[in-house]
Ligand binder design. Structure first.
Ligand SMILES: NC(=O)C1=CN([C@@H]2O[C@H](COP(=O)(O)OP(=O)(O)OC[C@H]3O[C@@H](n4cnc5c(N)ncnc54)[C@H](O)[C@@H]3O)[C@@H](O)[C@H]2O)[C@H](O)CC1
Ligand SMILES: [K+]
Length: 505
């Protein structure tokens, strides 16, 4: 699913009006109706509802919602925040219609007009929508502050009032902090960014049947992965396949005290459909790995503790490993940052001809030796969390700058970068970003990153295109986490649970 910018959303509105065709006021009515359908499903008709409207089309939506809820006999009070002398046409139209059915329209011009909001009230925020063009101030920001202070449930129409759709807010901006955002048709870029969490709440999309062809043709670098889109990426298995069909992966993982990372990556790799798996760990991990992951072959490194991996020619590692014997390599989980490990990594990269997966301390080693980044095989997948990504690049001032740095990095090195977090962002060598739609806070626990590395390594070994592997991999990883959270709750989820919950269908 595409994420469009504010100008495109405005044009999409117009395109729908022209092509369907539909009168603007009827499109607003449709939007209000989808909102009310959701509202009626979630709140009983005894719910004391306060609707705060601005003077533009977001406010127009609010007025139409008010009328539709009154028709359904909800006790509704309507407050129009009169911050300017002018109203939009569709606002005025809905204002006239509303005045025919109720006297309960109040106007807020000064703070004394702001009503008391009580515990069991539900507030609908329709003050400002995607038309926001400057920080809120005066009576608008006073009203927003009062709503934020109140103990009520708050639902924002389209987007929280005061939050920009696709540009950074300043830390001093006054913005609604809703429990829910019900957004029309397409997700907004603002919803993907960690700093905006308080201003988004639990967000959902309302399908208002905007012009599909316009959306199909609209250029954008931003996407939000939907379940049906992820499912389409899955390779079908032929009946006459054998284990050779699904590749032979090599994992270079683990060090003394961190053999668990090797075990998790290996188990996830096997659970993600790899044909054959060889795991190279230091000697100290040999017995552990052979016992806990009998399906994998184990190639113990000659070094006792620190060096895991393929030694370059002439290096005292395990000379029996030749990277070209493998479909792909996954490197990083638990390897540590010993000088021998760095030497191994530096020696290995220039010899590789196919994309690999790079995670954890392999990324940290690259951050400390940035000249080696140029030797990454094209289309390799890097899986940093934000701190690791910052070490690889530089500090950012806000989440939007972070996206720019992310896209530039992926383009510069022609790699796929998965920036992990809520809505993990997959940046492609072509400059696109795919935000993930699955996952939950329970995944923030030790070892889940090792699991992701195992998954991605398995997908590359099976011949998945690296961008598709990354999009599908993070989606399936998050979905497995969601299954665990559903069964046993997010607290106490372990990385092993996530492996067990993986399903490829
Ligand atoms: N996307 C769609 O297809 C549909 C969207 N709908 C709703 O329309 C709003 C966007 O409406 P718009 O009139 O363009 O903007 P707003 O209501 O957000 O703002 C009105 C107006 O306010 C001025 N303004 C901007 N910033 C400030 C500020 N900080 N303080 C005061 N005033 C400000 C500016 O002049 C704006 O134009 C969208 O969110 C949906 O809710 C349709 O109803 C359905 C189709
Ligand atoms: K709003």
């Amino acid at each position: 699913m595409k994420i469009l910018n504010v100008d495109q959303i405005r044009s999409l509105d117009q395109s729908t009006i022209q092509h369907e065709p539909i009168a603007p006021i009827n499109l607003m009515e449709r939007a209000a109706l989808t909102f009310v359908d959701w509202f009626v499903d979630h709140f009983p008709s005894t719910t004391k509802t306060k609707i705060f409207c601005g003077l533009g089309n977001n406010g127009g939506d609010g007025l139409a919602i008010a009328r539709l809820l009154l028709e359904r006999e909800y006790p509704v009070d309507i407050f129009v925040v009169r911050y300017a002398p002018r109203e939009s046409d569709d606002f005025m139209h809905n204002h006239r219609r509303l005045k025919l059915v109720t006297e309960r329209v109040h106007y807020i011009e000064s703070t004394t007009d702001i009503p008391a909001i009580r515990h069991h009230d539900v507030v609908i925020d329709a003050i400002l929508g995607s038309g926001l063009s400057r920080p809120t101030e005066g009576i608008v920001s006073d009203t927003i502050k009062a709503i934020n202070r109140a103990p009520a449930t708050v639902i924002s129409v389209d987007i929280a009032s005061g939050l920009y759709t696709d540009q950074p807010n300043s830390p001093t901006d006054v913005i609604i902090e809703p429990d829910y955002t019900l957004s029309f048709q397409l997700p907004k870029l603002a919803f993907m960014l960690p700093k905006n969490e308080p201003y988004v709440g639990d967000w959902q999309l309302l399908d208002i049947r905007l012009h599909k062809r316009f959306i199909d043709l609209a250029p954008t670098p931003y996407y939000f992965t939907q379940p049906d889109e992820a499912r389409l990426l899955l390779h079908k298995r032929k009946r006459f396949s054998n284990k050779g069909t699904f590749g032979h992966a090599l994992l270079l993982v683990g060090s003394y005290g961190k053999i668990g990372a090797a075990v998790l990556a290996a188990r996830a790799c096997l659970r993600s459909g790899v044909g054959l798996l060889t795991v190279q760990v230091p000697q100290c991990g040999y017995t552990i790995l052979q016992t806990s992951v009998p399906e994998a072959m184990c190639s113990p490194d000659r070094h006792q503790n620190v060096l895991t991996g393929t030694a370059p020619a002439g290096h005292p590692g395990n000379e029996s490993i030749d990277p070209s014997d493998y479909s792909t390599i996954g490197i990083g989980p638990g390897i540590g940052k010993a000088p021998e490990t760095l030497a191994m990594l530096k020696g290995l990269l220039p010899t590789l001809k196919k994309p690999i997966v790079v995670d954890a301390d392999a990324l940290n080693l690259l951050a400390e030796n940035r000249e080696a980044l140029a030797n990454l095989p094209k289309n390799s997948i890097l899986t940093p969390h934000p701190k690791e990504f910052e070490r690889l690049t530089k500090k950012w001032n806000d989440d939007y700058e972070k996206l720019t740095i992310l896209r530039d990095f992926a383009k510069k090195y022609q790699v796929v970068v998965i920036l992990k977090g809520a809505h993990s962002a997959v940046a492609t060598p072509g400059g696109d970003i795919h935000f993930n739609s699955t996952g939950n806070p329970g995944l923030s626990t030790g070892g889940t990153g090792d699991v992701l590395t195992g998954i991605l390594t398995a997908l590359l070994a099976q011949g998945y295109d690296p961008v598709e592997a990354a999009v599908l991999g993070v989606f399936s990883h998050g979905l497995a986490g969601d299954r665990v959270a559903q069964q046993r709750g997010p607290i106490g989820m372990t990385a092993s649970d996530v492996i067990d919950a993986l399903r490829w269908e």
